[in-house]
Design a protein around this ligand. Structure first.
Ligand code: SAM
Length: 338
C-alpha cells in the first residue's frame, strides 16, 4: 500500500466517531483528509454532500494515486460519491480547469446540495471563484451562532455565501444582515436562503466593508490620502446584538486594506462599535502565521482602547476533522462578550 493511502486510511479511521456524530446532526459536509497535519502537505479531501472533492495545492497528484484516494474514501463511507479533482498547484491556488489528469462526470459538477447542522447549502465544485462555497473549518463557529442567536439582531461581515447568516436565521435571530462587496458571493447566499424556505428572510448589503462598517458604527467615512472615494451605499448607524467578523487574510480595495497580519485593529474597532452594549462579537483570524495568544492580546487591547472592554472571552477551535499536531490551528476564533 502506498504511503499516501496508508496516511488516508489512518485519517479516516481517526474520524469514525466524528463522522457518525456529524451524520446524526444532519451534516454531510466535512474534511476527510487534512494533508498538512496528516502526512501529505498540500493535499485535502473533503466531502460536500454527494460530492467527493480532492484538492492539491503544491503539485498535481499521479492519476493512480488519485483513483486510489477516491476508492478508499468511498469504501470507508460505504457510499458511491461523485468524485471531483481540483488541482490548485498553479499561481494563486487557481484551479487547473483543463483537467489533464481526471475529468469529473457532468453530474459531479452540477449544482448539488450539501447539509450542515440540518441546513441545506449550495455545493458547486466549479464556479467563477476558486474556493468551495462553504468553508468547512468554520462549521463549529456556525453551530455556535445557530445556538446563540435566538431573539438577536445579527450582523454577518465578509459574509461570502452567508453560511453564518443562515445559521443565525435558523437559530431564531430577530433580524439577520449579511454584508459583502462581491455580488456573486451574496447571490449564492440568496440561493442558500432559497434552499431553506422555512427560514425568515435575511437582509443582504452589497458594499465594501470599510464605508459600511464605519457608517453602521456611526463613524465618518474618511477620504484616503485626500483621494475622492468611489460611490458606496448609504447606511444608517445601527448596533447589533451579535456581530460576526471573519475577513480574508489580505484584500485591498479603494476604501482600505484588509491585512490580518499587520492591522487587525482597523477591521475590529468599527465592528466593536457596531456591537450593542452587552452584545457579542465573534472574530476570526485565518492566517496560520498569527499566534492565538498574541492575537488575543491584540484584540483585547483594541477593545479596551475603543472603549468596549471585553467582559469574557472564549476560544472556539475547529472540529476534529481539522486536526492540529501542535494545537495551533490556522483558523482562530474568539467569542468576545462585551
Ligand atoms: C474568506 S471569505 C469570508 C468567509 C466567510 N466569513 C464565511 O462565513 O464563509 C472572504 C470574503 O470577504 C469578501 N471581501 C473581501 N474584501 C472585502 C471588502 N473590502 N469589503 C467587503 N467584502 C470583502 C470577499 O468577497 C469574500 O466573500
Amino acid at each position: 500500500m502506498s504511503a499516501l493511502n496508508q496516511a488516508l486510511r489512518a485519517a479516516l479511521s481517526a474520524r469514525q466517531a466524528l463522522i457518525a456524530e456529524l451524520h446524526s446532526q444532519g451534516t454531510d459536509c466535512y474534511r476527510l483528509f487534512h494533508g498538512s497535519q496528516e502526512g501529505a502537505p498540500g493535499l485535502t479531501v473533503d466531502r460536500y454532500g454527494a460530492q467527493l472533492l480532492v484538492q492539491s495545492f503544491h503539485h498535481p497528484l499521479e492519476r493512480d494515486a488519485l483513483l486510489e484516494l477516491f476508492a478508499t474514501c468511498q469504501e470507508f463511507l460505504g457510499e458511491a460519491l461523485l468524485p471531483v479533482y481540483n488541482d490548485r498547484s498553479q499561481a494563486n491556488s487557481r484551479i487547473d480547469r483543463t483537467d489533464p489528469l481526471y475529468r469529473a462526470e457532468p453530474e459531479a459538477l452540477a449544482d448539488l446540495i450539501g447539509h450542515e447542522w440540518g441546513l441545506n447549502y449550495r455545493v458547486r465544485a466549479r464556479h467563477a471563484g476558486q474556493d468551495p462555497l462553504l468553508f468547512l473549518d468554520l462549521r463549529n463557529a456556525r453551530g455556535w451562532v445557530k445556538r446563540h442567536s435566538a431573539g438577536k439582531s445579527v450582523l454577518n461581515l465578509f459574509a461570502y455565501t452567508c453560511g453564518v447568516g443562515l445559521c443565525a436565521a435558523a437559530g431564531a435571530a430577530r433580524a439577520v444582515t449579511n454584508l459583502d462587496f462581491a455580488e456573486g458571493n451574496l447571490a449564492v447566499g440568496r440561493e442558500n436562503a432559497a434552499l431553506n424556505p422555512e427560514l425568515p428572510a435575511m437582509r443582504f448589503i452589497t458594499s465594501d466593508y470599510f464605508p459600511a462598517i464605519r457608517q453602521l458604527a456611526g463613524l465618518p467615512v474618511a477620504r484616503r490620502h485626500g483621494q475622492r472615494l468611489p460611490d458606496y451605499p448609504r447606511l444608517a448607524a445601527e448596533q447589533f446584538d451579535l456581530v460576526f467578523l471573519d475577513p480574508p487574510a489580505w484584500a485591498r480595495s479603494a476604501f482600505g486594506t484588509v491585512d490580518l497580519l499587520r492591522d487587525y485593529q482597523s477591521l475590529l474597532k468599527p465592528a466593536l462599535l457596531a456591537t450593542a452594549e452587552g452584545g457579542t462579537l465573534v472574530c476570526c483570524n485565518n492566517l496560520a502565521r498569527v499566534e492565538l495568544d498574541e492575537w488575543r492580546d491584540q484584540v483585547l487591547r483594541c477593545a479596551s482602547k475603543s472603549g468596549r472592554p471585553v467582559r469574557e472571552v472564549e476560544v472556539l477551535p475547529p472540529a476534529a476533522d481539522f486536526p492540529s499536531t501542535d494545537g495551533h490551528h490556522p483558523l482562530k476564533t474568539l467569542i468576545l462578550h462585551l
